[in-house]
Write a protein that binds this ligand. Structure first.
Ligand code: NDP
Length: 320
């Protein structure tokens, strides 16, 4: 089968299309023909070596497809089922093997591309808005990089929970997208100081969802109200340097959490409940997906280049 591997870490140029033996299915596993594979910013961290991986390594950890074989002791999925999953490496490929305990069924009215666009970033937006900092009606929250894959979904979920949403983006084109997604206040953080602007508009936010990291972290803390919460969930601009905790006290007894999706879908019940909410909302049309960027599997390197140079909006999908 064809797959995108890295043999060494580095720039997008290290992504290599290779012919690999198709994997064999074991007990408790399903063999799946991948129809759409999601590109996520985390894939760039593995490619760069920021997160450790044993080389050669098949990139990608989100996909949707059809089960074509099952291993021994499998009763929850059958051949022909349409399934999606995330958090299991090796999805930049034509086929994958995954434990059935991590698969979720795709509703009939949801396409494979939609499922691959929704499962990782949708469940992320879900746990951020419902659990990491559970938004209450009337909360004022800031979502950085609002036009990104995760950002557009998080804005919609925050609005559905009754928040007043501030968001940052880098361009006017992205500003139009976040407004359409429901954002109330849009700030071009490449052109103006987002903290100064927010301080003029609000007396202090309940929460900031910060996936940008290095370039936004300090000012994200500054715009919180006393006892507000900073949810730092990514590092698109680089990792936040070591931090003196006394700052949290000086800025008003703040909370900071650094969550990751894996811990919010660790149980089968959590996985089914979050995936169910996300897929049902997609099927009902209340959660809108933006899938503007699709690439053949062989062009995964181009997808990485565009994602990292901030040229994309919404979801990036690879078609094997
Ligand atoms: P996005 O589609 O959001 O792309 C990243 C965006 O970050 C860019 O479009 C850009 O938006 C913004 N950005 C700001 N500074 C930079 C920079 N220096 N270089 C590149 N981009 C920058 O990606 P994803 O939705 O896939 O992921 C968003 C973030 O969420 C990532 O940091 C990812 O690691 C994290 N994440 C964390 C999860 C968790 O559970 N902890 C799960 C899923 C994602 P703009 O041009 O508007 O500034």
């Amino acid at each position: 089968m064809q797959a995108i591997q890295i043999l060494t870490t580095g720039s997008p140029d290290v992504l290599t299309l290779r012919d690999l033996p198709t994997p064999t299915v074991g007990p408790g596993e399903a063999f799946i023909r991948i129809e759409a594979s999601g590109v996520n910013f985390i894939d760039t961290y593995f490619r760069e070596g920021r997160y450790p991986a044993r080389l050669p390594y098949t990139l990608g950890q989100e996909a949707a497809g059809t089960v074509t074989a099952i291993g021994p002791n499998v009763s929850t999925v059958k051949v022909g089922d349409r399934v999606a999953w995330c958090g299991i490496p090796g999805t930049y490929a034509q086929f994958a093997v995954a434990p059935v305990s991590r698969l979720v069924q795709i509703p009939e009215s949801v396409t494979a591309a939609q499922a691959a666009a929704a499962i990782l970033q949708g469940m992320t937006a879900h746990y951020l808005s419902h659990s990491a900092y559970p938004i209450q009606t009337g909360d004022e929250v800031l979502i950085h990089a609002g036009a990104g894959g995760t950002g557009l979904l998080l804005i919609q979920m925050a609005k559905a929970r009754g928040a007043h949403v501030f968001t940052t983006v880098s361009t006017e084109e992205k500003a139009a997208l976040v407004r359409a997604a429901g954002a109330d206040e849009v700030i071009l953080y490449t052109q103006e100081d987002f903290a100064a602007r927010i301080k003029k508009l609000a007396s202090g936010l309940h929460a900031v969802y910060d996936s940008v990291g290095k370039t936004t972290f300090d000012k994200s803390l500054e715009v919180l109200r006393p006892r507000g919460t900073l949810v730092l969930f990514g590092a698109s601009s680089g990792a936040v340097p070591p931090f003196d905790l006394i700052k949290l006290s000086l800025l008003g007894s703040l909370y900071v959490t650094r969550p990751t999706l894996k811990d919010y879908i660790a149980t089968r019940a959590d996985l089914e409940s979050r995936a169910g909410d996300v897929f049902n909302a997609v099927a009902a049309g209340t959660l809108k997906l933006r899938i503007e960027h699709t690439y053949p599997l062989a062009e995964a390197a181009q997808a990485h280049r565009e994602l990292e140079s901030r040229r994309t909006t919404g979801k990036l999908i690879l078609l094997p």
